[in-house]
Ligand binder design. Structure first.
Ligand SMILES: *Cc1c(COP(=O)(O)O)cnc(C)c1O
Length: 424
């Protein structure tokens, strides 16, 4: 459920009519609903409620500082994968004790930065990283709580580009090596193992892969405890999928997921951390785009939008589906026609969908891509010198631009012509 609904024939974000935002901010633009973001956070909290837990929102899904502040004020922790994301979370007022640092290629500089500024835990992804962190922490005279991200060799049965739990993937340490790695951590200065971490992929629409992975984590918890390690936290990652098409079978609910967590690891007495991104932000955001031209083609008609793959890359990168709806609700029984919906970028990959049945939308009319809140704005670029897409946050009847569209002067002004090329 989200808060983008038609009222009197006009699509609203909560209490704000979207044509008002489109007219004021221009298109393309992302619009997020605070109520939807908070609702999804609360669903996870309720799903895990009987267990001690912290929901660490995956900043990479939608990392605007206003979104982080909203979620942080509601009690969320954060899962970050770079110093930049860590700085975003801190800029939003989230204390280091609620921030988990994940990521397969943390640099020494990044690890030193979070150690200086406060961190709840670092999820180790490799043995070289483990040794480097030990050196850095020991040289600073601190002991950092760590987990090891284990690779359970489980097929998440999702898109291959966002599957992370197979032995062939670059993530984590093979689960069979875990006992040796924890033994080394116990010997190394500066590190204190506090738990185990696992994250098997994104957009999972079936609970079975989670069940397999968490069962392996439960077994490993017992084995490590028998080896004398204190395992008191389990970081179970993110990955729960969302319904992108209204016609699709619904993916599992956070409550089903919570029941699975309790079943598989609830008896271990551990504090549970989860790192959902997509399920919190995905259906909490839409992308507004205007029709620039309607163009007849060879056996097909094109709707050419002012949004492109640089603004929303998921269709081009993952073949992803987004429902597209007009801001003005079509009359019941209104005619539809099949369109290829495309952007203006000079690449055939800049196609949002083919032969999509859509109602008539005139040139200048505005459409909304639904479920675009996660991995939308954060993956946007300025390809084709299209200024970075702006972001808007709605809460009730309030709305504000939380990332303005840069002017052309600002976009070009970031670049510099070297002296030797400048005219004398
Ligand atoms: C991407 C990622 C997440 C979030 O995944 P979602 O599918 O958005 O829930 C969580 N943890 C880690 C380590 C990730 O890389």
């Amino acid at each position: 459920m989200d808060h983008f609904l038609y009222r009197d024939g006009v699509l609203h974000a909560e209490d704000v009519p979207l044509p008002e935002i489109a007219a004021s901010v221009g298109t393309p633009a992302y619009v997020y609903s605070a109520a939807t973001l908070l609702r999804h956070l609360r669903l996870f909290d309720e799903a895990l409620a009987p267990l001690p837990h912290l929901v660490c929102y995956a900043v990479k899904a939608a990392g605007n500082v206003a979104i982080l502040k909203l979620l942080g004020d509601a009690g969320a922790g954060m899962d970050v994968v770079s110093e930049g994301e860590y700085r975003r979370a801190r800029a939003a007022g989230i204390p280091g004790e609620r921030i988990v640092f994940s990521g397969v290629g943390k640099t020494r500089a990044e690890m030193a930065h979070v150690l200086r500024n406060g961190i709840r835990q670092i999820n180790l992804e490799s043995e070289p990283e483990m040794r480097a962190l030990s050196e850095i922490a020991a040289s600073m005279g601190v002991e950092v709580p760590v987990t090891v991200r284990v690779n359970p060799d489980v097929d998440a049965k999702t898109h291959e580009k966002i599957s992370t739990g197979l032995a062939e993937n670059k993530f984590g340490i093979p689960i069979a090596r875990a006992r040796a790695v924890y033994a080394e951590i116990a010997r190394l200065p500066g590190l204190r193992a506090v738990g185990i971490d696992v994250h098997i992929g994104s957009q999972l629409t079936d609970l079975q892969p989670f069940r397999e992975a968490y069962a392996k984590v439960a077994d490993l918890t017992m084995a490590l405890r028998a080896d004398g390690h204190r395992i008191e936290r389990l970081d179970l990652g993110g990955g729960l999928g969302i319904p992108y098409a209204r016609s699709n079978l619904a993916p599992p609910l956070p409550s089903d997921y919570g029941a699975l967590v309790r079943e598989t690891v609830g008896h271990l007495g551990c504090e549970i951390e989860i790192e959902p991104g997509r399920l919190i932000a995905g259906n909490a955001g839409i992308l507004l785009a205007s029709v620039v031209w309607r163009k007849g083609g060879e056996g097909r008609d094109f709707l050419i939008l002012d949004a492109a793959m640089n603004d929303l890359v998921r269709p081009a990168m993952y073949g992803a589906h987004h429902d597209i709806v007009p801001l003005h609700e079509p009359a019941p029984g209104a005619e539809t026609a099949p369109y290829d919906v495309v952007g203006p970028v000079c690449e055939t990959g800049d196609t949002f969908c083919k032969a999509r049945e859509l109602p008539h939308v005139p040139e200048g009319g505005v459409l909304a891509f639904r479920s675009a809140g996660a991995y939308g704005a954060t993956m946007a670029s300025e390809y084709n010198a299209r200024p970075l897409v702006p972001e808007v946050l709605v809460q009730g009847s309030d709305w504000a631009v939380i990332r303005p569209r840069p002017s052309y002067e600002e976009m070009i002004g970031r670049e510099a012509i070297p002296d030797w090329l400048a005219a004398p």
